[in-house]
Ligand binder design. Structure first.
Ligand code: V47
Length: 386
């Protein structure tokens, strides 16, 4: 492989990685443009195995999208409907939303992942009651809810600061933030594809505040549309810079653009090799974010499985009832069982572990790696390298 890495023009980057040196924007672009996918993959795999050996994480989670009414007009979105009453628009009553969890009492769910459209008419109490109700039904469930874009929207329409919104939601049961809404941080792209929602600085600041308040969060990147390679690497570096400050990001999640039923439908979906490259480059650039997640609903199952050799150590979870990607053309199943995820990981020659949202191991799937130290969550501290 060393010969391949040299032939691919990646010897300098290889040396930097071996020396524990940080990669630059130019290095990231070089990685993207190097023709040898396997050379790139082997570098990313080395970094992945240094952190996680063969371990591959997933969790038992359920999605709830309580409303798709949304005042924003993101060009890539197939899920949102502008006004209540528009064809396909829906808003669940609190009882309807809570029922989604009640009906799964027999399932060992550990996480509820909730994201919504930006609904102009609901009161703030809808969201706090929503969280309180879920905790009443299942006190131990982890509530990973509301993107930074939703937090900014709540602050603006309910006349609160971002911090006040976060504190009020935490008081009602919020445990962490998902990474959605990041899209591409470069202002050029944001202006074109999502001009009327919270900008990059505010997105990052909301995560900064959430980390300061003791929550963990994720960060995503929507790729495969109009962004340049420089803009992809710049996006990763902005996430890396905030992680240097706070240490609160758990996972970086590249999200493959899906073109069905939205205003960018003329663009092709990103290829499998592009998807493998993005995940591999993310592993190499993001030396301080512990996990690189392949969201199998977005990548497809086969590519997610292959990505386990291209820097990825996390497959999200069972992801039952996902809507955003299925409305945009994802052909993946509506959800996976832990047995199916386990088989998929083992078939790739990796070691499956069921985790909770904070990466405590809840089921070692028979591998015998469950130890007390792995069950203790890491405290949040600034972590320049992991
Ligand atoms: O922000 C919307 C993306 C995101 C499309 O934190 C699209 O664990 C592709 O954030 N094609 C929401 N992508 C999903 C999300 C997420 C997913 C998995 C795990 C986590 C986590 C968060 O979905 C949006 C947007 O970037 N999106 N429409 C589309 N047509």
């Amino acid at each position: 492989m060393q010969t391949r890495i040299h032939a691919a023009g990646l010897a300098g980057i290889d040396e930097k990685l071996r020396a524990g040196e940080r990669l630059t924007l130019d290095d990231g672009v070089t990685l993207f443009t190097s023709p040898d996918l396997l050379a790139l993959g082997s570098l990313a795999n080395r970094e992945r195995e240094k952190r996680h050996a063969a371990r591959t994480y997933f969790n038992y989670n359920l999605r709830i999208e309580a409303t798709n009414v949304c005042v924003a007009s993101c060009l890539f979105c197939s899920f949102a409907r502008l006004r209540p009453g528009d064809p396909g628009a829906y808003t669940m009553s609190l009882e309807q939303a809570w029922d989604k969890l009640r009906r799964r009492q027999d399932q060992p769910l550990t996480e509820l992942h909730i994201v919504n459209g930006l609904h102009p008419d609901l009161p703030f109490s809808y969201y706090t009651d929503l969280l309180r109700g879920f905790k009443r039904i299942r006190p131990a469930i982890h509530l990973k809810c509301f993107t930074a874009v939703e937090i900014a929207f709540f602050a603006d329409i309910y006349g609160m600061s971002d911090e006040q919104v976060l504190k009020a939601l935490m008081e009602a049961g919020l445990d962490s933030l998902p990474g959605g809404g990041a899209e591409i941080f470069a202002e050029r792209v944001r202006r074109k594809i999502c001009h009327d929602k919270c900008g990059t600085d505010r997105y990052l600041d909301i995560h900064r505040i959430a980390h300061r308040l003791g929550m963990r969060s994720n960060v995503t990147m929507l790729y495969g549309h109009i962004e340049t390679l420089d803009e992809r690497v710049d996006h990763m570096m902005r996430a890396r810079a905030l992680q240097d400050e706070t240490g609160g990001f758990q996972a970086f999640i590249p999200l493959a653009f899906h073109p069905d039923n939205n205003q960018m439908r003329k663009l092709p979906a990103p290829s499998a090799t592009d998807t493998l490259r993005v995940h591999a480059v993310a592993r190499l650039m993001l030396d301080n974010i512990p996990h690189i997640k392949a969201f199998w609903i977005a990548t497809g199952l086969d590519v997610a499985q292959t990505a386990l050799w291209f820097g990825v150590d996390d497959l999200d979870g069972t992801v039952q009832e996902e809507k955003i990607y299925h409305m945009a053309g994802s052909a993946t199943p509506e959800g996976m069982t832990t047995a199916q995820l386990t088989r998929l990981v083992r078939a790739a020659g990796r070691e499956p572990l069921e985790r909770d949202t904070l990466y405590n191991i809840v089921n070692d799937m028979g591998s015998g790696v469950l130890t007390k130290s792995e069950m203790t969550p890491d405290p949040i501290t600034p972590a320049p390298a992991c």
